[in-house]
Design a protein around this ligand. Structure first.
Ligand code: PA5
Length: 407
């Protein structure tokens, strides 16, 4: 089964599989031109406002959060903020207020060019930029959209905005290695060359047909076997808080790719230690419908040693030879042991270091695993017909509301 799906995936030259060889085929010219625009943004702006939703923002935000400091911004980057993922008037008003004394660039990202949430946000920001920068606004607005079609593409052409292209054969949730992800994270200070190198390594490794040689397929097969045994929820668990947004990206990737035809594991996520003191009780002893996938990076750049304290009133001197990261790693082992002993199956994914190279590898790994997993379920990983239902109803209600108000 895996071998035949493998041949199918590698063989289909359809409209959705451009991401498969993308990291191998990405040319230096593209990386350089993204790097140049990112440098221009860093020179001329304090903030990059990124407008996008779903696959047009989750990947960039995930990588930015994972690889930039918890407090303050990356020394090589500007502050990158996101809008167009919600329709909160308070959010947009407060964002605009916060920009008053800052210089900004805008990167609007939408493959279709018609998604309501980012389209509305872009309407606001286009006018805001024109008011603030006049003729210069068009130098500060960068559009990332489909190479061939869409309203946003037309707007960009008509107004002379610079454009980066989302290849037509790459769907939103598989687009993080295109300018969709690369421009915002390059502006945030992340090394996009290393990211692509890691993804390229994965693209080559994970072309292996044999299950025992292909870690992505193994992960797909194990989670599929657990699904067949009746497990309904996969919990992605990490012990590093900066991975919380990567969880969100993963949730979208698997949720939108697999959740159709009344099938699929529900993708949920937890951040430990925080969630051990929130949902940990349920995981250990509640309804046994879930299994966990632990995501662990062995090396995290910064660490802190537990100080020795002569008073030892808190009785913690026994830990004073250890660092927080060492304690965290031991806690991960303890949690994995306790949960699996309690009947919760645990899959462990381990990477050497939390850096752009390994993150590139991991993200490609998940995309390849997800596609194999969806085909094992016999669903199409590349569409999302269910998302249309809310859009149609929302537009119908908006039209009704306007018609009623006009009477
Ligand atoms: O994975 C997907 O295809 C979706 O999540 C899209 O990325 C999301 O709906 C945004 O679409 P667009 O980029 O066309 O605005």
């Amino acid at each position: 089964m895996v071998a035949s799906i493998h041949h199918y995936i590698e063989g289909i030259e359809d409209e959705q599989t451009g991401w498969l060889n993308l990291p191998i085929e990405t040319e230096d010219d593209l990386l350089n031109s993204i790097g140049n625009v990112a440098n221009e943004i860093k020179c001329n702006a304090d903030i990059l406002v990124v407008i996008g939703i779903g696959g047009s923002f989750l990947g960039a935000r995930a990588i930015q959060d994972a690889l930039t400091p918890y407090f303050g911004q990356h020394q090589n980057g500007v502050e990158v903020v996101y809008v167009g993922q919600n329709m909160s008037g308070a959010y947009i008003q407060q964002l605009l207020n916060s920009l008053k004394f800052k210089d900004i660039y805008v990167n609007v990202i939408s493959k279709s060019g018609t998604t309501l949430e980012p389209a509305l946000a872009f309407r606001v920001f286009r006018q805001y930029m024109e008011k603030r920068y006049g003729e210069q606004a068009k130098e500060r607005i960068i559009v990332t959209t489909d190479s061939k079609k869409g309203l946003l593409r037309n707007i960009a052409q008509n107004s002379g905005y610079r454009q980066f292209v989302i290849p037509s054969n790459i769907g939103g949730r598989f687009s993080v290695f295109t300018p969709v992800g690369l421009l915002p994270i390059a502006a945030a200070g992340v090394d996009i060359n290393h990211l692509i190198e890691g993804a390229k390594k994965a693209a080559i490794h994970l072309k292996e047909e044999k299950l025992e040689m292909n870690e992505a397929y193994r992960y797909a097969v194990i989670r599929h076997a657990l699904y067949k045994q009746g497990y309904q929820i996969e919990l992605l668990a990490s012990f590093e808080p900066s991975l919380a947004r990567l969880h969100e990206w993963w949730k979208q990737l698997f949720g939108e790719s697999e959740g159709k035809d009344k099938k699929g594991l529900f993708p949920a996520t937890v951040n430990y230690s925080t969630d051990l003191h929130a949902i940990g009780q349920f995981i250990q002893e509640g309804n046994p419908i879930l299994f966990e996938t632990f995501l662990h990076f062995k090396e995290i750049i910064d660490d802190y040693r537990v100080p020795f304290d002569n008073r030892n009133e808190d009785q913690l001197n026994f830990l004073s030879n250890l660092s927080f990261n060492e304690i965290n790693a031991t806690s991960k082992e303890g949690v994995a042991f306790a949960h699996s002993n309690g009947g919760v199956p645990v899959i462990q994914l381990e990477l050497q270091r939390l850096d752009s190279y390994h993150l590139g590898y991991l993200i490609y790994f998940f995309m390849k695993a997800c596609v194999m997993s969806a085909y094992l379920l016999e669903v199409n990983p590349f569409d999302q017909p269910g998302v249309e239902a809310y859009k149609n109803k929302m537009l119908e209600l908006l039209n009704t509301k306007l018609a009623t108000e006009q009477i």
